[in-house]
Structure formats: C-alpha cells, structure tokens
Write a protein that binds this ligand. Structure first.
Ligand SMILES: CC(=O)SCCNC(=O)CCNC(=O)[C@H](O)C(C)(C)COP(=O)(O)OP(=O)(O)OC[C@H]1O[C@@H](n2cnc3c(N)ncnc32)[C@H](O)[C@@H]1OP(=O)(O)O
Ligand SMILES: CC(C)C(=O)C(=O)O
Length: 667
C-alpha cells in the first residue's frame, strides 16, 4: 500500500505510567451505564429519529434497565428540544432514571439547553469542548490557555444557569478529542473545570474521557485513564466515565481496560451505533460481564425483540456476526463444531450441570432469547453427522443409531453441496424420509402372521412386481423370522446387524420408530419405519433396507428370475465367463454365487459352463460344416483330445459318433 508515510502516531503517553491496571484479570462489578443512543447514536443516523421514535427508543432503554440516558442535544433541532420538553412535561421520566443532555461550551447553546431542560426532576448537563492538538490548531486556532478558558467559561455558565433554573441538575465535562490531547493538559483542563464546580461526595460530577476518534492501542488508553484516575482533583467527588469510539475496532477493549484502570461509568450505545465506526457496544460489554458470572444490571434476555425494535427505529441493521445479538452468533454450520455442541448439550442434560460449559457457545443462547432448535445448528455442505443427527433429534424426535449417522450425514450434506444452499430442518427430514422411510420399491410386506413353531414362524404376505405371494421363515424373534423369509425368497445373504427402536414423541400422536441396518458384502443398508405398532415399524424398516440392497446389488428379483439371468449371461459369454466375471456382473460375491448356483441347479459353476459349451458343440456337430478340431477350438477347448474326453464323458460317445448318429436320424 502506498501513502503510509503520511501518517504518524498522534497520541500521547501520560507523563507517568503505572500499569497497575494490567495486574487485574477481571472486572468484578458492572459500571454505571449511560446510553447515548438518543444523542451520539441519533446524530450519526442517515435520518435521525422522529420525536415518536425517540420516545419509543427511550422506553426500550428504560425497559432494558438503563438508569442514565443521554436524551439529546437540545440546541440541535426542534425535534430534539421538543422531545426533551415532552419527556419532562408529560412526566415520562421514571423516578429512578436520570436524563442527560449535551451542549457545546458556547453561551447561546448552553442557554438553549437550560431552556429545554427546565423542570427536569434530575438531569446531567454535559459540557464539552475539543482539546486536541489538531482541533486547537486547525479548528479553534487558539492556544492551550484559551481552550482551557472556553471550558472554564462554559463550566461557570452551567453553574450559574443551574442555580437559576427550576430543576435538579448535575454536571459532566468532556475534553473532547481526548486521544489527541496531551494527557497532562487534559488533566489540567479537567481540574480547572472541577475547580469551578467544586464537587463533593454527595454532589458528584462526571469527568468523561472520550476516545472521540480512537487512535491508539487499548493499553495506551488504559494508561491514560489510569493517569487521570490517579491525578484528578476532588477524586472522591468525581465519577470517572469513558466514552469509547471504535475507529480501530477496539471500543470494547478500551472500555474494559479503562475500567481496570479506574473508570466507573461507561457511555455507549446498543449494537455500537454512533459516529463513523460507532460508539462502544454496551450489549457486548454487559454480556461479557454476564458470561463471567456477573449480573450486568441490564436485561438483554429478549435480544430478538431488542434487535427488531432497534432496526425499526434507527433503520440500521444488526450485523449477523454482532456479538451476542447477530443472527449467526450462536450458529454452527461446520461439522466438528456441531458435533461438539450436540455432545455438550447432551452432557449438560445427562450430568445436570449448573454452570455453562458447552463447547463453542460462550453463553447459553436461551439466556438472550434465542432458540436451540432454530439458531444453534444449521445445515450446509460443511456440516457433519453430529449436527444432522441433532437436527433430526431436536426437530423430529428421531435418535438415529450411531452406526447410521455417518451415512445419513453424507447423504444430507451432499444435497446441500450439489444445490449449493443451506438446508432447513424440513429439507433435512425430507431427504432422510425419502431415502430411509418411504418405500418406493416394488416389494413390500402386506401382512404377517406369527406362530410359535421352532422359535417363531412367520407367514408373510408380500407384494412383488405386482404379484402377491405368501412366504415363510423361521427365526428367534419376529423380525428375524420375517427377515429369514425374505432372504429365502430373494436368495439374499445379509446379516441383520443393527436394530434400534424408540417412541417418537414429536407430532400429534406417539408412534414407534425402528431403525434396521442389514449388512451385505461389508456394506450396511439402512431402513427406518414409523408406525403405531412396533412390529410393523420394524418390518417396514427391514423392507426399506432390503429394497435398498436389492436396488444396489440387483438382488431384488426372485430366485427364478435370478437364475435365468445367470444362465443367459453364461450362454452369451460361454467362451470368456469366469466365476469372478459373473459375480461382478451379477453383483454377488463369488462364494455366495457358487453356493446359489449349486443350490438352484444342483451343479457347480464349472459344470454349468461345460454343459453350455457342449450344447454349443452339439449344435455345430449337427450342422456338419466344421471339423471336430475346429468345433473344439470354437467352444473353448483348443486341445481336441481334452474335448473328446469330456464329450464322451457327457454323452457316452465321441463327437464323430454323435455327428454320424444325428445325420442318420436327419436322413
Ligand atoms: C464528538 C461529538 O459527537 S460532539 C457532539 C456533536 N454533535 C453535534 O454537533 C450535533 C448537534 N449539533 C448541531 O445541531 C449544531 O452543531 C449546533 C446547533 C449545536 C451548532 O450549530 P452552529 O452554531 O451552526 O455551529 P457549528 O456546530 O457549526 O459550530 C461551529 C462553531 O462552534 C465552535 N464550536 C464547536 N464545538 C464547540 C464546543 N464544544 N465548544 C465551543 N465551541 C465549539 C466551532 O469552533 C465553531 O466556531 P466559529 O463559529 O468560531 O468558527
Ligand atoms: C461529546 C463527546 C463525549 C463525544 O461524543 C465524543 O467525544 O465522542
């Protein structure tokens, strides 16, 4: 980047640096909070709030628990002025709330301010003037003494008008642009103002140190605050306040370090609204305390409502990543985070832990009015089985078996990846239902009857490719018996490996959900059934799993059809077929295929192939056009002697004798 040479550090370290604040590792009580939403927040809006909007915002701040609220800059506009008058004249300021107004150190502005504030039950008049080198040189073109005089004159006028005006007033002074001011000079001005006001412990004043434009690292600010804290006059009668801005993105840090350095009061706004990059976000500060087990004395338990009101009234937006408040701040899309959160939540339930320690969630989202269901785990292509399982459990009451989670996880996230979008819980369930619950195949079980014979005997009425059949099987339980009947019918070899069930309590009625995992050739096939009846739900689950195995491995055909396919393949490929090739073609393992062929045909694979070759040889012999040597070669026996031997063994005659016999018969 070019042009960096034109910048230089414009801050000042204090003449004495003590670093006492560094030795503290926590803040043990909340500061006095002062909201400046209706002044600093409002003055930075594209369209400042109307009187009604300011009133509504004021009510919101009171509801949250602010007891000190800077309500405006009365000399700025009629709206500001009328708003303050409305608050006072309509007795809208709760007894325990102090309003605050801001004024420049200019006589007519101060006078207008007192006009606006007359009759206030308790108000802070906040006086400011800029004290920085840049403002002294460029804006005011005045020396240090003259700038100090502006503050002193303003302070005097405040004191005078406070005495002359009906109401109950206290004072605040800000050396505006404090970060660009020599710290000892800022101290000098503040002490000069204090000498005018002569505060006492029962009549305290506020000295406010703003980072009007944040220009240094937070520890520099903390050192400046510590210096002021230690050197201000009337210290026991002064409330030391901070007003951090966020130009370097460190507003929260400035405030926290500043509190360690002795500040007792913080001015800021909701969501950090305010000039340029904003004021310090009071919500973050308060919730940071909350997350350390300290009651911040502000109530953010209904954050969604606060966000909505704030957006409505200011026409600003709460960013999705805004600490404690943004839409996504409790959301995990990524698999490992989801997994840990889901496990953490479970652990919490299991152990009934009193303190919060769920990984990846600095606070319990429920404490700020957010929902576990919709806010915490959301699904996209970065998600994992833990999160997807969590969604199915939280939203649909389904606790899928541990062994099934991975497959379900990949199934769901693959859809998100392909479609390049987040999946709602409904979409997740739809994908799950389509794959594991709905049975779209041509095989299903209609009815089952069970008898106690040899364990359990199942008589199962099945529909398969439009035909209805009754099949039977024995087993040591009902599901096992049905499974054996189905295996027998299809000639399938699988293990009934996983069976889990539980009551499904979500939705209108309580049903049973069953999960069945069958394994074949080291692969699992899953099905899920839901029914009022636990047996039916488990059989439905089994049928889906079987259909999935059948669809993938081509085993969804009855045994006769299967054998026909095998025979057709051998007949067409009799010269090249091997057991391995056939097993690949038929999607069956070689041992299972051999066993199946033996069972079905009574012969081995080798015998079947040999029979086919001999059959082909007979056709060629009958035809009479080729020599025996050529025929032997063309049916896969290059060694004619070997062919002759096999032929004689099968038909009890040589190939020549066979040909002669056939020719005689034909003649
Ligand atoms: C850091 C902060 O946020 S401070 C608060 C800032 N907020 C606002 O300014 C919003 C409300 N302000 C306003 O509506 C207007 O500025 C008003 C009504 C207060 C005053 O308006 P104007 O009289 O037109 O004056 P303007 O604000 O432009 O100020 C310019 C003059 O005031 C002087 N001045 C500015 N701030 C101060 C101050 N705090 N104390 C004394 N003089 C000041 C300037 O040096 C300048 O003096 P000059 O006339 O000798 O050149
Ligand atoms: C008036 C002062 C406190 C101010 O808003 C600032 O310096 O940012």
């Amino acid at each position: 980047m070019k042009n960096f040479e034109k910048y230089e550090r414009t801050y000042f370290m204090p003449p004495a640096v003590s670093y006492d604040w560094v030795k503290k590792d926590h803040i043990d009580k909340p500061p006095i909070w002062c909201s400046v939403d209706l002044r600093d927040g409002n003055q930075s809006l594209i369209e400042p709030m109307s009187l009604e909007e300011k009133l509504e915002f004021f009510r919101l701040l009171v509801k949250i628990g602010f007891r000190e609220i800077e309500v405006g800059f009365p000399a700025a506009s009629d709206t500001e002025y009328n708003f303050i008058r409305a608050l006072i004249e309509n007795n809208m300021i709760p007894e325990d709330v102090t309003i605050q107004v801001l004024t420049q150190a200019r006589a007519h502005i101060i006078k207008k301010t007192f006009e606006a504030i007359a009759g206030a039950p308790h108000a802070v008049i906040h006086l400011y003037n800029s004290t920085s080198v840049a403002q002294r040189e460029q804006v005011f073109r005045k020396g240090k003494e003259e700038i100090k005089q502006i503050a002193v004159d303003g302070a005097k006028l405040l004191k005078q008008l406070a005495d002359e005006t009906v109401g109950n007033f206290s004072f605040q002074y800000s050396p505006e642009s404090f970060p660009g001011t020599e710290v000892d000079y800022a101290l000098e001005i503040c002490n000069a103002v204090l000498d005018v006001w002569k505060p006492t412990p029962p009549n305290k004043v506020i000295i406010n140190l703003p980072t009007t434009v944040e220009n240094a690292m937070p520890h520099v600010f903390a050192c400046q605050v510590e210096f002021m804290n230690k050197n201000l006059k009337y210290r026991d009668a002064v409330i030391l306040c901070l007003h951090p801005h966020n130009d370097r993105g460190c507003g929260v840090c400035d405030a926290e370090f500043g509190m360690l350095a002795g500040a007792e009061r913080i001015e800021g706004t909701l969501f950090g609204n305010g000039e340029r990059t904003g004021n310090v976000d009071i919500i973050t500060l308060a919730m940071n305390l909350f997350s350390h087990g300290i009651n911040p004395q502000l109530d953010f338990s209904n954050m969604p409502e606060i966000c909505q009101k704030y957006e409505e009234l200011t026409r600003m937006q709460v960013p999705a990543r805004q600490p404690y408040a943004g839409e996504l701040v409790f959301t995990a899309f990524s698999g490992s985070h989801q997994d840990a959160i889901a496990k953490g939540m479970n652990y919490r339930k299991e152990k009934q832990t009193a303190t919060w320690s769920v990984p990846y969630l600095p606070i319990d989202p429920k404490d700020v009015g957010r929902q576990y269901d919709s806010d915490v785990i959301r699904i996209n292509s970065q998600s994992g089985k833990g999160g997807i399982g969590y969604i199915l459990r939280q939203h649909y009451g389904m606790t899928i078996p541990a062994q099934m989670k991975e497959e379900v996880g990949y199934t769901v996230k693959e859809v998100s990846d392909r479609e390049h979008k987040e999946l709602s819980p409904q979409s997740v369930y739809q994908i799950f239902e389509d794959k594991y619950i709905n049975n779209n195949a041509h095989f299903y079980v209609d009815k089952c009857r069970f008898k106690q014979i040899d364990g359990i005997l199942a008589q199962v009425v099945v529909h398969h490719n439009g035909q209805v059949r009754t099949i039977v099987g024995n087993g040591n339980g009902r599901l096992d018996a049905v499974s054996n009947a189905i295996k027998q019918y299809f000639g399938m070899q699988y293990e009934l490996s996983v069976y889990e069930e539980h009551a499904l309590s979500r939705g209108s009625s309580s049903k049973a959900v069953s999960y069945v995992g069958i394994s074949c050739h080291n692969k699992m096939y899953w099905g899920v059934g839901i029914d009022d009846d636990i047996i039916k739900s488990s059989i439905n689950a089994l049928v889906v799993a079987v259909n999935r195995l059948a669809a993938i491995h081509g085993e969804g055909k009855c045994r006769d059809e299967r054998m026909n396919e095998i025979m057709n393949y051998i007949e067409t490929n009799y010269l090249t077929v091997t057991l391995d090739r056939l097993s690949t073609q038929m999607h069956l393992s070689s041992p299972y295929l051999s066993k199946y062929i033996k069972e079905k045909s009574g012969g081995t694979f080798g015998e079947i192939v040999r029979n086919v070759r001999m059959k082909k040889a007979c056709i060629l012999l009958k035809n009479g056009a080729m020599t025996v040597e050529n025929i032997a070669d063309s049916v896969g026996y290059p060694n004619v002697e070997h062919f002759n031997r096999l032929f004689r063994k099968k038909f009890g005659m040589t190939p020549d004798q066979f040909r002669n016999k056939k020719q005689l018969q034909q003649g």
